[in-house]
Each structure stands twice: as structure tokens, then as C-alpha cells.
Design a protein around this ligand. Structure first.
Ligand SMILES: Cc1cc2nc3c(=O)[nH]c(=O)nc-3n(C[C@H](O)[C@H](O)[C@H](O)COP(=O)(O)OP(=O)(O)OC[C@H]3O[C@@H](n4cnc5c(N)ncnc54)[C@H](O)[C@@H]3O)c2cc1C
Length: 545
């Protein structure tokens, strides 16, 4: 096997660790790093403990960074840095092609997939295809740049104890040396084999798929000229020899491939033959790395114990089809990040942290269900006799395949409702309201452009923001006063001159730090303190854990 690049950071010394920190994050994968960014930007001190000194390029895994994650990167001011680091620009392709091989017949095509095409006002950032390591490397840099955040590599979390006042975390180096760090909160972002999950006595519940899959990264100069279908972000290969999906990693002849139903030993023995089966022609390829995996549909039986929370793969695992695992984990990190910061800064109420599980568990559950649906029709299920024949039977088989692919796979590649329309409508923090077309309590604030390149999201404050669409001047002052009385940061964004009331369906919209709507109405509330208390988790406590 050839080599793959990796960027590295020096191993941290146990003696250099702080004795105490506000939040300790176990795991510096994408989700732990995202949590540290959300917290660090809010002025919370954070220590990320991560065993891996380097971000490996051997297992690129996530390629689909979705629109919602891009919106968070924009909020953090790093969307452009991420796009600049991504090896393939969005303009490169927005297509997914189903074919009998790279050199064979095209069976079906989807365009504008995976949020890669802008849709008017619906969102300010398209998705971005990029290997997972590109995002991880950027987030490592950003965490390191944030004052108050430390990324300590070469160390792992091995034990957790807590009492009502603090969590004491045992951190171990490779030589077996140990240090104790005290934190106000601990986030278990330590992936599928989470030590933190074990330490709090939580466990995954769910299923494991039986089919083994074998991923590879390979370099194949000279392959592109053989590809009959033009650029695409994914090619789904439908043939008996190598049912697979594959795509370019960059513009320099590096490819990823996932072969379906191939156990690791077979994959390692026949890797070159699998690649040629997918290409449909002899390929001069060099395999750089491999990555066997099986799909899992699992959710931790609880996401919290006292001062300890689980997020990302430590909390949930879904089949990768549709590209939701990492993106869902980033959503967890954002939800938890602003709430922990609010509590640490004194304005979060006693039920704010309990709302993490109430809000995120239904989302995680839905993602697992929809990603499992996506797994029901794969290349292995689409192979058929004559598909590659230049005969009338072949043409008929290809037309039938096209119909089935369009019917069964469209939802997977056009899944913006799952990505953008998630609604925390059963959350104890949101104030239910009659359904308006437009802003809806619990849902992401509908997006609008306020000017060329200027998203409404760019004008939201770091705390709560009150959007004024249509209300008499000053009528919202009691709400502002109620917020300031309990230390809640609240910005007012007066959009009355822009005539956006029809878009939002309300005169006033109160938005949370994560861009979700907390409350909306046509008139100022009769009891503004009750609204503010509800949103900050200090209202009547239906959801105490
Ligand atoms: C083939 C494939 C393709 C995928 N494609 C996509 C996609 O397109 N889009 C998408 O959204 N998702 C995708 N995913 C899922 C995505 O890779 C994961 O959801 C993502 O890596 C989860 O991030 P995480 O930070 O929660 O966990 P991880 O990435 O597993 O990171 C956990 C970190 O914790 C560290 N750690 C482990 N033990 C300890 C310990 N004891 N103490 C401290 N740290 C510890 C690990 O070293 C690691 O860095 C794909 C997955 C697969 C298998």
C-alpha cells in the first residue's frame, strides 16, 4: 500500500494540562472540535483531549458536509476557509451518476444533489464535498486559535467521577502516566467506542447491519479520460463484479471507493480487481489505504448523566448513505455548546441543559430511520441481466433501472427537509404558537438575504435576537427589559423597512443563538418575563432530568 498524507501536532505533556477547566471535551474528532469552537467563541474555557496526534488521511469517511453544517461554519466565520481548503470546488459538479461502470453505460443521473445548488433564499451556504480530514484539520486550527481553548493530543480519557459540583476526569498518556483534570462539565465526543459512554453507564441500543463494506483510497492517474460520464461527486457502480460507490477525492487522480458486501480479507486480497471492476477498464492504480466498515443503527439509551453529556458518534450511529452522521453530530455540538455557555455565564436556567436530550434525541432518531431507508436500495440491489448489453434487452433493462433508481434514490440525494426543516417543536424551551407560514417555534429561522451576500443570519447576535418585522416602535421594550433583568443577551434587529412580515408570518420573532425560533407573535407578549424564562430554561419545569 502507498502512503497517505497527514498533518501532525506534538503530543501534550500531562504536566502541562490545566488542573481545572470549565468544559473538558473527550475526543477531538469533528464533533468534539465543533463543540470546542462553539464554546470557545462564547468565551468558555475548554480542554480537548484527543489520542491522535495527526489527522489521518487514510479514512476520509465523511465527504458530504451539508448545508446546515455550512451555515454553522459561516456563523463561526470559517465557511470560506473550509471551501478554500476543500480539494473540489462546488462548481466542479453537482451530479450523482448511476452507471454500469466508469467506462460503461449511464443508467441514471441526479443533479443539484446534496444541497450543492443554491435555491434562492432558502439557505445562504450550499453544501460542500470534502474529505472529513479537511474539516478536522481546519477545526483543529480554529480551536488552537481561540483564547481559552486547548487541544491536547496523544492523551485519552480513561475514567470519570462526578459529584453535584464538578466532574473529575482521569487523562492518560501513552506511557500509562495519569493526571486528573476537574471540569464543570464533560462532553463525551469520543466516537463509537466512547469511554465516556461506558463511564456513565450508558449503552447503545439498536442494530448492526450484516453486510460488510470495504472502502479504499487509491491513486489512478489516467483514469479520468476513461470515465464516460463527465464529472460527478459520486458514481454508483451497478454491476455484478463490483457493486460500489466511488468518487474523486481531489483533482489529482485520487479516488475513494466503497465496495459493498466485501469482507476485509477479500477486499485486501482483491483490491485492484475490485477497482478495475468498478472502472470497467484496466486501471493503473495504487491503493493508498483501506477502511472496512459495517453500517450501524444505534442510539445511546441516554445522552446525559449529571454533568456529563454524549454527542456525535458516541451518542448515535447511522448508515452513511445520505451523509448525515457527522452533520448530525455538529448539530449536537451546537445545541449543547450555546446551552452550556449560557449556564456557565449565569443566564441559562435550571432546565436548559435537560433540553439537550429533549431536542436532539428525536433528530438523531429520525436520522437513523431515514439513513436506514437510504440503505434499502444499493448497487447490490440494482444489478440485473443484460444491463451492460448493447441490445434491445439491454436498453430496456437500463430504462427499467433508471425508473427504479429515480424512484428509490431521489430522497437520499435531495434531503434538504431532513437537513434544514428539523423542528424542536416538542422542546420545553420553545413557546408553541399557531402555525404561521414562515417562522415556526422550534424550527430554524427561515432564511432571507438582506443584501448582496448579506444573510439575515449574519445580523443575528450571539445570544437571543428579536427580529422586528411589524410592530410599533418601542412596543418590544418590555421584552428587552425582561431579558436584561435576568442577564440574557438580547439584540434587536429592526427589519421593518424591508417588508419581510409575509415571509416570517409574524410581527416579532425571537431567535435563539442556534438560529432556531423560540417564540413568534404579532404583538408583544403579555408576560415578557415568562417568555424569556421559557427560552432560557427557567420556565415551568416539565423536563427536569
Ligand atoms: C464510510 C463512511 C462515510 C461517511 N460519510 C459521511 C458523510 O458523508 N457525511 C456525514 O455527515 N457523516 C459521514 N460519516 C460519518 C462520520 O464519519 C462520523 O459521524 C463522524 O466521524 C463522527 O464524528 P465524531 O467526532 O462524533 O466521532 P469520531 O470521528 O469517531 O471522533 C472521535 C474522536 O474521539 C477520540 N477518542 C477515542 N477514544 C477516546 C478517549 N478515550 N479519550 C479521548 N478521545 C478519544 C478518537 O481518537 C476520535 O478522534 C461516514 C461514515 C462512514 C463510515
Amino acid at each position: 500500500m502507498g502512503s497517505v498524507n497527514a498533518s501532525s501536532r506534538p503530543v501534550a505533556q500531562l504536566t502541562s494540562l490545566p488542573r481545572s477547566v470549565q468544559v473538558l471535551v473527550a475526543g477531538g474528532g469533528p464533533v468534539g472540535l465543533a463543540a470546542a469552537v462553539e464554546l470557545g467563541r462564547r468565551g468558555v474555557s475548554c480542554l480537548v483531549i484527543e489520542p491522535r496526534e495527526e489527522v489521518s488521511h487514510a479514512r476520509p469517511r465523511c465527504k458530504t458536509v451539508n448545508v446546515r453544517t455550512m451555515e454553522h461554519l459561516r456563523r463561526w466565520g470559517i465557511a470560506d476557509r473550509f471551501r478554500a481548503a476543500a480539494p473540489l470546488p462546488v462548481s466542479w459538479s453537482k451530479d450523482i451518476v448511476f452507471c454500469t461502470s466508469l467506462a460503461g453505460y449511464e443508467l441514471s443521473r441526479f443533479t443539484g444533489v446534496l444541497g450543492l445548488a443554491l435555491e434562492g433564499d432558502r439557505f445562504p451556504e450550499t453544501g460542500q464535498q470534502a474529505p472529513q480530514y479537511v474539516l478536522e484539520e481546519l477545526l483543529r486550527d480554529v480551536v488552537t486559535e481561540l483564547p481559552g481553548c486547548t487541544l491536547a493530543t496523544g492523551l485519552r480519557v480513561t475514567a470519570v467521577e462526578q459529584d453535584p459540583d464538578a466532574v473529575r476526569v482521569t487523562v492518560q498518556d501513552r506511557a500509562g502516566g495519569q493526571a486528573r483534570v476537574e471540569a464543570e462539565y464533560l462532553l463525551g465526543c469520543d466516537g463509537p467506542r466512547s469511554a465516556v459512554r461506558d463511564q456513565i453507564g450508558a449503552r447503545y441500543v439498536g442494530e448492526h447491519a450484516l453486510r460488510p463494506n470495504f472502502g479504499m483510497v487509491f491513486s489512478a492517474p489516467g483514469l479520468w479520460p476513461q470515465v464516460k460520464h463527465g464529472p460527478a461527486v459520486q458514481f454508483w457502480i451497478v454491476n455484478d463484479r463490483t457493486p460500489a460507490l466511488m468518487g474523486p477525492m481531489d483533482r489529482n487522480d485520487t479516488w475513494w471507493i466503497i465496495t459493498l458486501g466485501v469482507p476485509p480479507e477479500l477486499g485486501r486480497r482483491t483490491g485492484m480487481s475490485l477497482i478495475e471492476g468498478a472502472a470497467g477498464v484496466p486501471v493503473d492504480a495504487r491503493i493508498l489505504s483501506d477502511d472496512p466498515w459495517t453500517a450501524r443503527m444505534q442510539l445511546a439509551d441516554r445522552l446525559r448523566s449529571g454533568r456529563v453529556f454524549l454527542a456525535g458518534d458516541a451518542a448515535h450511529l447511522n448508515p452513511p448513505f445520505g451523509g448525515h452522521g457527522l452533520n448530525t453530530g455538529i448539530g449536537d455540538a451546537v445545541d449543547l455548546g450555546w446551552k452550556l455557555a449560557a449556564v456557565l455565564q449565569g443566564w441559562g436556567g435550571p432546565q436548559l441543559l435537560a433540553s439537550y436530550e429533549a431536542e436532539r434525541r428525536p433528530v438523531q432518531d429520525r436520522v437513523i430511520r431515514e439513513a436506514s431507508e437510504n440503505m434499502k436500495t444499493l448497487s447490490t440491489d440494482l444489478t440485473a441481466a443484460s444491463l451492460d448489453d448493447d441490445t434491445e434487452a439491454g436498453r430496456q433493462a437500463r430504462r427499467a433501472a433508471d425508473r427504479r433508481i429515480q424512484q428509490d434514490k431521489a430522497a437520499e440525494f435531495h434531503a434538504l427537509d431532513l437537513v434544514l426543516d428539523l423542528c424542536y417543536d416538542s422542546s420545553p424551551l420553545v413557546v408553541p404558537a399557531a402555525l404561521h407560514p414562515g417562522a415556526r417555534p422550534g424550527a430554524r429561522l427561515p432564511h432571507v438575504w438582506l443584501g448582496p451576500g448579506r444573510s439575515v443570519y449574519d445580523s443575528l447576535g450571539p445570544g437571543l435576537t428579536l427580529l422586528v418585522l411589524d410592530a410599533p416602535t418601542g412596543s418590544w421594550e418590555p421584552l428587552v427589559h425582561a431579558a436584561s433583568k435576568v442577564g440574557v443577551p438580547l439584540d434587536v434587529l429592526d427589519l421593518r423597512p424591508r417588508d419581510l412580515r409575509p415571509r416570517y408570518g409574524a410581527g416579532l420573532v425571537l431567535v435563539r443563538p442556534d438560529q432556531h425560533v423560540a417564540w413568534c407573535a404579532d404583538a408583544p407578549p403579555a408576560d415578557p418575563a415568562a417568555i424569556i424564562d421559557r427560552v432560557r430554561g427557567a420556565g415551568p419545569n416539565r423536563f427536569i432530568l
